[in-house]
Write a protein that binds this ligand. Structure first.
Ligand code: 5AD
Ligand code: SF4
Length: 454
């Protein structure tokens, strides 16, 4: 009989990608995926450690799972419970102590060993948070064509992992380790396989994606811009995106790729974190607010229709009202199409957690509310400006209502439009007629004329 696995992923897109790879590793072992934990034989929580709230979520989930496991144990079908991802890496054996229901703890660099680890976990509770010398990507089975199709026409592709930048607030260098770039040839094999199965859009991902570097097939050193150029040539690929990038790695070649590659979508997620030079220095970002403004200016000159998105942290230790004003000023001057913003959360083992002048919680909350209001105003302005315009939409799924389809604009906006003659994976021209809180609405451009002519 087939066994069922339920994988729940928290946090970033890298984790979403890893969750799929874990399902791929388990497929040859006879596991099929389910989205219902109650019927699963194996439950994997793929965790995030970036902020305290994210990490604590795991323990509340594990509390619920413990009750479920005990109940099912009475019927003789207790599920095996695995904690994977960044909390697994950061806390290791501590998880076994805090959460008695957990059978196996596996870090983000070891999940290719899941079958062996699960066999071992039948006998004893296991922790594997090694950073093995061999490359886990070499041990991951390729997903089947059907599986790739079922996952949709837009896919993630990991090209780089880890980070050497050591921003003083961030756990990533500790949970994901040093920066490692995957070799060009392996990235291309994966890209071609996905494209052949019907993927039309790649989001190339890495914790520091634009720090990617490697040796090209021509024997020369390639930067990320060169890799994007090559990926744009993969047959079938219509759209390329990337995330998440660091301002220090926005080099000339990458900016030129935005100018030259029609497939590279006009959308850049470039975290700035703060607009205050004092805070940026304390964060060890190694760029100023003006450095960031210059990069934006140059990228906009290369690709005038580019939309920007960013990450912000409020209440970093020592942040004054004046520092916060600098962040608001940068937001007003730049005009972001979208953004993520967070209250600073002290993380164990990071330098900022030990800094004096931690900002009180109520000040953080007030600043976050002000910041989010400013960002939301800009987001809605950006969305409203699309009304009356016509542009390409990549069709991803059926829409909410009968006769509708749903997809994405070049600027990553969700678009619902009236027409059910198109197929998933098509790229069609849509005229935007209105906006909702989280999507745009439209109709197929030219569809009425075609009907008249018929
Ligand atoms: N507290 C709050 N936000 C954080 N981020 C990273 N570490 C922390 C932290 N300790 C945010 C940054 C980063 C995003 C992924 O999460 O804005 O870009
Ligand atoms: Fe969270 Fe960072 Fe790990 Fe992604 S890499 S899951 S954001 S801690």
């Amino acid at each position: 009989m087939k066994k069922k696995v339920y994988v729940k992923s928290y946090g970033c897109q890298m984790n979403a990608y890893d969750a799929e790879r874990m399902a791929d590793v388990l497929a040859p072992e006879g596991f099929i995926e389910t989205d219902c934990a109650d019927e699963a034989d194996l439950i994997v929580l793929n965790t995030c450690h970036i902020r305290e709230k994210a990490a604590e979520k795991v323990y509340s989930e594990l509390g619920r799972l413990r009750v479920m496991k005990d109940e099912r144990a009475a019927g003789g079908n207790a599920p095996t419970i695995v904690v994977a991802g960044c909390v697994a890496q950061a806390e290791g054996g501590e998880i076994l102590r805090r959460a008695p229901a957990v059978d196996l703890v596996v870090g983000p660099q070891s999940y290719h060993n899941l079958p062996g680890l699960l066999a071992k976990a039948r006998r004893e509770r296991v922790v594997d948070t090694e950073f093995p010398v061999e490359d886990k990507f070499d041990h991951l089975p390729a997903p089947s064509r059907d599986k790739i199709r079922a996952r949709g026409v837009s896919a993630f592709l990991t090209i780089q992992e880890g980070c050497d930048k050591f921003c003083t607030f961030c756990v990533v260098p500790y949970t994901r380790g040093a920066e490692v770039s995957r070799p060009v040839a392996k990235i291309l094999v994966e890209a071609e396989r996905l494209a052949q199965a019907g993927v039309r859009e790649f989001t190339v991902i890495g914790q520091n994606v634009n720090a990617w570097h490697g040796e090209g097939p021509d024997g020369r050193a390639w930067s990320f811009g060169a890799l994007l150029r090559r990926l744009a040539e993969v047959p079938g690929i219509a759209r390329l995106r990337y995330t998440t990038s660091h301002p220090r790695d926005m080099d000339d070649e990458l900016i030129a790729a935005h100018r030259d590659l029609p497939a590279l979508m006009p959308y850049l997620h470039l975290p700035v974190q703060s607009g205050s030079d004092r805070i940026l220095a304390a964060m060890n970002r190694r760029h100023t607010g003006d450095d960031y403004r210059r990069i934006i200016e140059r990228t906009r000159a290369a690709r005038p229709d580019i939309a920007l998105s960013s990450d912000f942290i409020v209440g970093f230790p020592g942040e004054t009202d004046a520092d916060f004003e600098d962040t608001l000023r940068l937001i007003r001057e730049t005009g972001f199409a979208s953004a993520f913003s967070f209250k600073y959360s002290p993380r164990p083992g990071t330098p900022a957690a030990e800094m004096a002048d931690q900002v009180p919680e109520d000040v953080k909350s007030a600043r976050l509310a002000t910041l989010q209001e400013a960002l939301e105003t800009d987001r809605q302005r950006f969305n409203r400006a699309t009304v009356g315009r016509t542009f390409d939409v990549l069709v991803e799924r059926k829409g909410r209502h009968a006769g509708q389809m749903a997809g994405k604009s070049p600027w990553l906006q969700a678009v619902q439009f009236d027409d059910d003659t198109v197929a998933i994976g098509d790229i069609v021209s849509v005229e935007i007629t209105g906006t909702g809180p989280n999507s745009l609405f439209g109709k197929r451009a030219g569809a009425a004329e075609a009907a008249d002519a018929a």
